[in-house]
Design a protein around this ligand. Structure first.
Ligand code: HEM
Length: 500
């Protein structure tokens, strides 16, 4: 009963804040209508064209639907989706939208997508803090982290290969969750129950961003009701379980000692945050809650998407066996000749040198079919390509036109990992206005080096022991509008392989 009361109170608060702000807005609109009419007209006179794309096209065939609309009416169009008027821009405006932080906000976009706009001020500090903890609490320790978590991937691959058929998303999701538990909390926290809690949190919060919304009629037609119910459900179940079962262990941990900055180097993200938030060496209850929320955010950002991209990469390897020999040659020196297991002791360096696999991953990320992947919210009326986009709207650079642009990627539809090696070598983590799989600018994904390293370790640990094959040599795209967060489906078979 407790969690339901807590959740009901949160939803009640959420709805009352929304109602009050709506009533204020109506009042302002009524009282200022005549004086604002001209301004409104002025904005509207060069409003980008509003294109009516049927929902069925948006959800089932987004690539062609938006592509055609942009071709016919671009470079800026407005399209209604799930009750919101969204703005889509073509490849030439991508950099402006993603990097002009004065007029486009990442945090406000996230708050809007998560249906948490009333709490947007919380998001400003939340994302800054999460960014800091990845940049300073994770990235400087990456080679140690890889040694620490590599055995997780080796063990999971062993189990998967024994089973022969594997649910690839489940395999990647649980392995990455276990790895993240070790790097966030420490070795002592990794057990079946905590892995289950973390995978549930990652899946449920991913659902809140709209990843699964597209799969539900309620989500498509009544997004606000859907969001409220989903928040209620997530708060009562996975978030509650996170606080209930992991919370006490974390509380005991952070209260067990003094955290004097500079005395010792942190060995986990939790320790990094404890040093940062301790007052006179102690972590108080409010700081504990803040730290737990931060960790929830980190789990959400780091587990689900990475697991999904692993599925894309492994399925593409299965579909393109001609690359397997070269990928294995690159791996060969880094496996134990008897067990075919990876060697965790120098895995960081080995992975850095794995340029073929890196190019393969980059090519999968470019071609997998992202559409509306990254976005910003206008914080003022923005003048773009002769149009005015009104304040308070989501703006998406259309990833299809960016990733399949023949100017930057000759023969854009051809899968060619070698386009990223040689003179034009670019690692999978390098962002640019022609490759936005990890975003661009100040808010580009700070966890991308870890993400690509995890993908490499998972792929290596599998292909060292097995040859992946897809039944029928095909997979199915489940949600073409959410390519990165909803993995494709296919039946994967692991045929045993040995270097010996
Ligand atoms: C393959 C897996 C991943 C993909 C495709 C991905 C992609 C992205 C994208 C597109 C953004 C938004 C960037 C923008 O709008 O410019 C983002 C933001 C973010 N990502 Fe990732 N990400 C992945 C894995 C990770 C991991 C493993 C972590 C943490 C260790 C992480 C942490 C974050 C954080 C904290 C943000 C918020 C922005 C910031 O704080 O600067 N991501 N990611």
């Amino acid at each position: 009963m407790g969690p339901y009361l807590y959740a009901a109170a949160s939803v009640g608060l959420f709805l009352s804040i929304r109602t009050i702000s709506w009533r204020r807005k109506v009042h302002r609109d009524l009282s200022g209508a005549s004086s604002r009419l001209n301004d409104y007209d002025k904005v509207y006179s060069n409003h980008p064209p509003i294109i009516d794309i049927p929902s069925s096209e948006i959800f089932n065939n987004p690539r062609e639907a938006y592509e055609t609309a942009l071709k016919d009416h671009g470079p800026v169009i407005a399209v209604r989706r799930k009750g919101l008027l969204e703005f889509i821009v073509d490849e030439n405006l991508c950099q402006t939208v993603l990097t002009s932080d004065q007029s486009f906000s990442f945090e406000e976009a996230m708050a809007k997508i998560l249906n948490l706009r009333p709490y947007v001020s919380f998001f400003w500090s939340f994302f800054r803090e999460i960014d800091d903890l990845v940049q300073n609490g994770i990235n400087p320790r990456l080679s140690n982290i890889m040694e620490q978590i590599c055995p997780v991937f080796i063990r999971s691959a062993g189990r998967a290969v024994d089973q022969r058929t594997v649910d690839m998303f489940e395999h990647a999701h649980t392995s990455i969750a276990e790895g993240m538990i070790i790097l966030i909390f420490g070795e002592g926290y990794a057990n079946e129950h905590s892995i289950e809690i973390i995978t549930n949190v990652a899946t449920d919060i991913a659902g809140l961003t709209g990843n699964s919304v597209n799969n539900f009629i309620l989500g498509r037609n009544f997004p606000t009701i859907f969001a409220t119910l989903t928040w209620l459900n997530v708060t009562c179940t996975s978030i509650f379980a996170f606080f209930r079962f992991i919370g006490p262990q974390v509380w005991k941990h952070v209260r067990s000692r003094k955290w004097v900055p500079g005395e010792e180097k942190p060995t986990s993200v939790l320790e990094y945050l404890s040093y940062k938030h301790a007052t006179n060496g102690s972590v108080g209850f409010t700081s504990f809650l803040w730290i737990m929320s931060m960790l929830l955010g980190l789990i959400f950002a780091s587990v689900h998407q990475t697991a999904s991209v692993v599925v894309w990469v492994v399925f593409e390897i299965a579909k393109r066996p001609e690359y397997l020999k070269a990928l294995r040659d690159e791996l060969h020196n880094n496996v134990d000749p008897v067990t075919n297991d990876l060697d965790p002791s120098n895995i960081g360096e080995a992975i850095q040198k794995a340029t073929l696999l890196d190019s393969f991953i980059r090519e999968v990320m470019r071609t997998k079919g992202d559409t509306l992947a990254t976005c910003r919210l206008t914080t003022v009326d923005v003048h773009l390509a002769g149009y005015t986009i009104p304040k308070g709207h989501l703006v998406y650079p259309f990833a299809t036109r960016i990733h399949l642009n023949p100017v930057h990627h000759p023969d854009p539809s051809v899968f060619r990992p070698d386009r990223w090696s040689g003179d034009d070598a670019r690692p999978a983590v390098m962002t640019s206005a022609s490759y936005i799989s990890f975003g661009l600018g100040k808010w580009a994904c700070p966890g991308r080096i870890l993400a690509v390293s995890e993908i490499k370790m998972i792929v290596w640990s599998l292909i060292a022991k097995a040859t992946p094959r897809l039944v029928g040599n095909k997979y199915k795209i489940v949600d073409p509008l959410n390519i990165t967060s909803v993995p494709p489906q296919g039946e994967l078979i692991l045929e045993p392989f040995s270097f010996a």
